[in-house]
Design a protein around this ligand. Structure first.
Ligand code: NDP
Length: 317
């Protein structure tokens, strides 16, 4: 059997970190690393492309491409290429390890504010023993926008802690655990938002969800809500955030993703202590998982099977 030829394509990161994990599984594999098509050698040979912000137009320039594999849960970094070959299956990573990291981050982000940890950190710095109110989790309503692989896992975890949890999705969910109240579609968005003392964005970034976290949305939350964005930076209309904090619509925001990453040094979010900033670290997929899912998907396609975690290019997720 001839070893596959796989392109590792990114204009944003160095893809070298995937070489050894690929070679450990398949020493004879033919890997081509590139920021541009010109880096990839004979393009006819490339059967699969593993991508993070691939160069514009590159995937359409690979005549024998059989698999486009995102190395992340999201695919928006590939969908911005208008020449994407839509007949080639596009797959994303779905990984219990990634879900575990997201649950840990979300549990921290919610409880850090709900249990007044910033106040305890200040008290600690002043060597003061000072109790804050102890509010039972069931009295705190957490809403998750996006009830997919990660959103549903986080909702279940938060409900297990005892938070009052609701979720919002595009389509109706008929099989949600009884502890999670489901809402769906534009018509139920207002009712959902009214239940969110903490709102967590775990949507994919699509034409429909870009700018979802806006001034208009903040008006519909309970006053003083906590916003957590672990989706993508462009879900948030960044210029609407500080005015919403100033107006008391939000009390605090925990942001892991930003329109421009790294967040530029002069960005106003850095100077605002009401905004907790983490550098897109909510979770990550281990290279071994990317390697395994890519090789398995390519093999399935060669056997005329549907690959795992193929996205609907028309829906954009
Ligand atoms: P899924 O595709 O499994 O789930 C997406 C969810 O969003 C679904 O419930 C879907 O509804 C819902 N949705 C999509 N479009 C709309 C819409 N227009 N209106 C309402 N609901 C909508 O994605 P994952 O759970 O795997 O991942 C979600 C996102 O999390 C990723 O796309 C990525 O942006 C982000 N992420 C961030 C990371 C980080 O480190 N910060 C790491 C990993 C992921 P339905 O169920 O009806 O289809």
């Amino acid at each position: 059997k001839v070893a596959p030829c796989i392109g590792l394509l990114s204009t944003a990161i160095n893809m070298d970190y995937l070489v050894k994990p690929f070679q450990r599984v398949m020493p004879e594999i033919d890997l081509r690393i590139g920021r541009a098509l010109a880096d990839l050698g004979n393009l006819d040979q490339i059967e699969a492309a593993v991508c993070w912000h691939p160069p514009q137009g590159a995937l359409a320039g690979l005549p024998n491409l059989r698999l486009m594999q995102s190395l992340a849960a999201g695919i928006e970094h590939m969908m911005i290429d208008s020449s994407l070959p839509r007949e080639v299956p596009l797959c994303r990573i779905v990984d219990p390890g990634m879900a575990g990291g997201m649950k840990a981050y979300v549990a921290w982000a919610v409880s850090h504010q709900q249990r007044f940890m910033p106040a305890y950190l200040s008290s600690r710095a002043e060597q003061k023993w000072l109790e804050q109110p102890i509010v039972a989790p069931r009295k705190h309503r957490v809403g998750i926008a996006g009830l997919g692989t990660l959103g549903l896992d986080c909702a279940t975890m938060l409900a297990n802690i005892g938070y009052s949890v609701s979720g919002w999705s595009r389509t109706e969910k008929l099989d949600l655990p009884s502890a999670i109240k489901g809402f769906h579609g534009a018509a139920q968005l207002g009712s959902f938002l009214a239940t969110c003392d903490t709102l967590i964005c775990l949507l994919p970034l699509t034409n429909q969800t870009k700018g979802f976290l806006s001034a208009e949305l903040f008006q519909q939350l309970p006053r003083g809500a906590h916003l957590i964005n672990v989706g993508r930076g462009d879900h948030l209309v960044e210029e609407d955030l500080i005015p919403a904090l100033d107006a008391g619509l939000l009390s605090v925001a925990t942001l892991d993703t930003f329109s421009h990453e790294p967040l530029p040094p002069q960005h106003p979010f850095w100077a605002d202590s009401r905004i907790v900033i983490t550098p897109h670290i909510a979770t990550r997929t281990e290279p071994e998982v990317i390697v395994r899912q890519t090789l398995q998907n390519l093999e399935m396609i060669k056997q005329n099977q549907v690959p795992a975690h193929q996205v609907d290019i028309k829906l954009g997720y």
